[in-house]
Design a protein. Structure first.
Length: 309
């Protein structure tokens, strides 16, 4: 990720006239993380959560090539919904690949020497939920997490069918069903509604009784309580998690702007493919085998600077 409100705000920035189905697309594969409300131990629910992880780590060219081909073969009256949704997915990917290298560097991650998945899941989600709060404060937007997930039922039915095809045909997932994506979005909405703390009292209760758990790290704090420099506004040097090279001082909003510039290029490229002006294979070099994490597919992260120490 970044978390859902940052993706929501980003897509509103690059596509000001979007409808709700584009904003759902802007959540990318993330709704699958909420399948079974994120806690079910049912084997099929866990498989679909893992499928969400897979979509973040594979070569995105495979995903988007399949989706563009699906759109070109779709009914004409369905294409506007599918295109807008897929542009949302594209925006999600581009924001991820630009911002994730910074977030991973500050959150840390599991390594052979430090195998503590709970610690690093919570650090990662704490940073992202905090960035959500700060981004929405920057844009003076009071939209809540759960309200950002509203959708048109007709449009959802159309895009859910495409996401089913992606999982079943392209990635041969045996557990995905025709309504799985819609169900995942609905469960994402349920979890976010349950965690929402308008006054901050629920957040305080969660932090007191469920400290160092996903309930705490995923629930959003008040902006005045966020003391760490999550956005890197002090421009501290950070580096590539894979190589420890490429020292940068970019703050989060610089990364946000970089993603906006890339979206302009990619969006036109997608339009050209759909209009027959560009061969679909041309998009491969633009993705350059960089996954949602912002690194080459299968790259191993090694280096970090844990923000909480």
């Amino acid at each position: 990720m970044p978390a859902l409100l940052t993706h929501y705000e980003f897509f509103k920035t690059v596509e000001p006239n979007t409808s709700t189905i584009g904003l759902i697309g802007a959540q990318g594969p993330d709704p699958f993380f909420y399948y079974g409300c994120g806690i079910s131990k049912n084997k099929k629910d866990k498989d679909l959560r893992n499928y969400g992880t897979l979509l973040h780590s594979v070569d995105p060219y495979i995903t988007f090539k399949y989706l563009l081909e699906y759109i070109m073969g779709a009914l004409d009256n369905e294409k506007p919904y599918l295109i807008e949704f897929t542009k949302g997915l594209l925006a999600h990917y581009l924001l991820d690949r630009n911002c994730h290298p910074y977030i991973w560097y500050k959150s840390g991650f599991v390594t052979e020497k430090d195998n503590n998945p709970s610690k690093y899941f919570n650090s990662h989600t704490t940073i992202e939920s905090s960035i959500d709060v700060l981004v929405m404060d920057k844009f003076k937007d009071n939209t809540t997490t759960f309200n950002s997930l509203k959708y048109d039922k007709k449009a959802m039915k159309i895009v859910t069918k495409m996401m089913f095809s992606l999982g079943k045909v392209c990635y041969q997932n045996k557990n995905i069903k025709i309504n799985s994506f819609k169900k995942a979005v609905d469960q994402m909405h349920f979890v976010q509604r349950a965690l929402y703390s308008k006054t901050g009292k629920k957040k305080a209760y969660i932090d007191k009784h469920f400290k160092n758990t996903p309930l705490s790290s995923m629930s959003e704090d008040k902006v005045e309580n966020l003391k760490l420099d999550y956005l890197n506004l002090n421009h501290k040097v950070w580096r590539d998690c894979v190589t420890n090279l490429n020292p940068r001082k970019d703050d989060f909003f610089k990364l946000f702007d970089n993603a906006k510039k890339e979206y302009t290029v990619f969006s036109k490229l997608f339009d050209d493919v759909l209009n027959g002006k560009t061969k679909i294979t041309e998009i491969d070099k633009y993705f350059n085998k960089i996954d949602h994490n912002g690194f080459k597919v299968n790259a191993v992260k090694v280096y970090s600077d844990y923000i909480f120490e």
